[in-house]
Ligand binder design. Structure first.
Ligand SMILES: NC(=O)c1ccc[n+]([C@@H]2O[C@H](COP(=O)([O-])OP(=O)(O)OC[C@H]3O[C@@H](n4cnc5c(N)ncnc54)[C@H](OP(=O)(O)O)[C@@H]3O)[C@@H](O)[C@H]2O)c1
Length: 217
């Protein structure tokens, strides 16, 4: 098992619910966490709200100063942000949890992505980083809920670099209840991102925060 206890975790867009939720769970697990934002002030406020020694700074500082960087911004801002941070992210594991989704009266649906998926878009603009796709199906509401001690789901981890996917599986495992499961190469990220639209439909019908479990492993 890969040891992630010494890694510092940066979260781009960490002022949003998903980034804050992940930051909170990693800080609770004793990891060093740095929240990123377009505004250093917003980042510091978010870090304070999480506690656990989390700090905050502008996205570029977070990308430069942390070991592993999670991208938790909306799909709209994804490509431009990563293009601007390519030098700082070179050589690092970059974890993409972005779900390119549209919403209309009938609910959520997957948007087409020219590169194939948000994760492949990240890999295309970050050729010197090791891009891994993970954490798409983890509900921010659950991550942020202090009443939820164990988060009951598997995290599918996709990527083309075995060491990087092993590291991200181990990172998922630090959240009580969560199991990181290798889910294939990055070229198969589209359907993992798109499945979130189905989970949103499940959540609406059953008033739930549904996750997935993989059986027989
Ligand atoms: N919410 C969930 O339950 C969930 C679950 C799984 C995956 N995800 C994925 O995680 C990502 C973040 O979700 P979220 O709900 O936390 O989103 P969000 O609150 O809408 O956005 C997160 C943060 O991104 C920054 N941001 C917004 N627009 C930006 C832009 N154009 N360029 C750069 N930064 C921008 C903002 O931070 P600053 O203004 O402080 O810079 C914002 O606080 C999404 O791609 C989503 O698909 C979400």
């Amino acid at each position: 098992m890969t040891d992630v206890s010494g890694l510092s975790i940066g979260i781009l867009g960490g002022t949003g619910d998903q980034g804050k939720g992940l930051a909170r769970r990693f800080a609770l697990a004793g990891l060093k966490v740095m929240i990123g934002s377009r505004s250093a002030e917003r980042a510091r406020e978010a870090a304070e709200s999480i506690g656990g020694g989390a700090t905050g700074a502008e996205n570029a500082v977070v990308a430069a100063e942390t070991d592993l960087v999670i991208v938790a911004v909306p799909y709209d801002g994804h490509k431009a942000l990563l293009e601007s941070l390519a030098p700082q992210l070179a050589g690092k594991i970059v974890v993409d949890c972005v779900n390119p989704l549209g919403f209309d009266k009938r609910g959520a649906y997957a948007l087409p992505v020219e590169e194939g998926s948000a994760a492949q878009q990240a890999a295309a603009v970050l050729p010197d980083s090791r891009v891994v796709a993970a954490f798409h199906h983890v509900s921010a509401v659950v991550l942020l809920d202090p009443a939820v001690e164990k988060v009951d789901l598997d995290v599918l981890v996709l990527g083309d670099d075995r060491e990087a996917t092993d590291t991200v599986q181990a990172l998922a495992d630090v959240i009580p209840g969560v199991r990181g499961v290798y889910g294939g190469r990055l070229r198969n990220a589209f359907q993992v991102e798109a499945l979130t639209a189905n989970l949103i439909s499940v959540n609406r019908r059953y008033k739930a925060h549904a996750g997935i479990r993989i059986t027989d492993i």
